[in-house]
Design a protein. Structure first.
Length: 173
């Protein structure tokens, strides 16, 4: 009888441990979900620079992690932009700007620059050819994960100096 009680107690402890692991795992998973989807809108602003210099006319589109367009804006006459990303957006978000190219570029038509916003935070993000390269390299390496974004940023920023490469300004660098 003692063996039966001991066996039942051991099974009960094991079941309690498994239950605790499931509860903690679910709580962590829910915390990660809420961290990647902010409860309040996020403001992103910055400047836009193309191959020929400041871009003063563009249509901006913010696309979330799921490929959904979550915000749009137009800029006319200024190289500065501001986009409000809605509460609940799935990060990372790709911000792209389509702009008319000048005749200085080999082909006229439209150009596109983009940058990645990796987490929900009011930020200054510069859109430039460097920020575009960072996004393209990270996507080619398997997606906009923190690891791919970091290695792509280092690869692009080590190619030359100047600009923030589309990374949010952190101050004091």
């Amino acid at each position: 009888m003692k063996e039966l009680v001991y066996c039942s107690m051991a099974r009960l402890r094991m079941a309690a441990a498994v239950f605790a692991v499931l509860v903690v795992g679910t709580a962590c998973s829910e915390a990660e979900k809420s961290a990647s989807k902010p409860a309040v809108p996020v403001s992103i602003s910055g400047s836009m620079t193309g191959e020929d210099g400041p871009i003063k006319e563009a249509k901006l589109t913010a696309t979330d992690h799921n490929g959904e367009v979550i915000a749009t804006a137009e800029v006319n006459g200024s190289s500065r932009y501001r986009v409000e990303l809605p509460a609940g957006a799935a990060y990372p978000v790709i911000l792209s700007a389509i702009y008319p190219r000048s005749t200085k570029v080999v082909e006229s038509g439209q150009g596109e620059i983009k940058a990645a916003i990796m987490k929900a935070s009011n930020s200054t993000v510069e859109l430039s050819p460097k920020s575009t390269s960072i996004v393209e390299i990270a996507l080619a390496r398997g997606g906009l994960t923190p690891e791919n974004f970091k290695s792509a940023s280092l690869a692009v920023l080590n190619q030359g100096s100047g600009g923030s490469g589309g990374m949010p300004y952190q101050g004091g660098h």
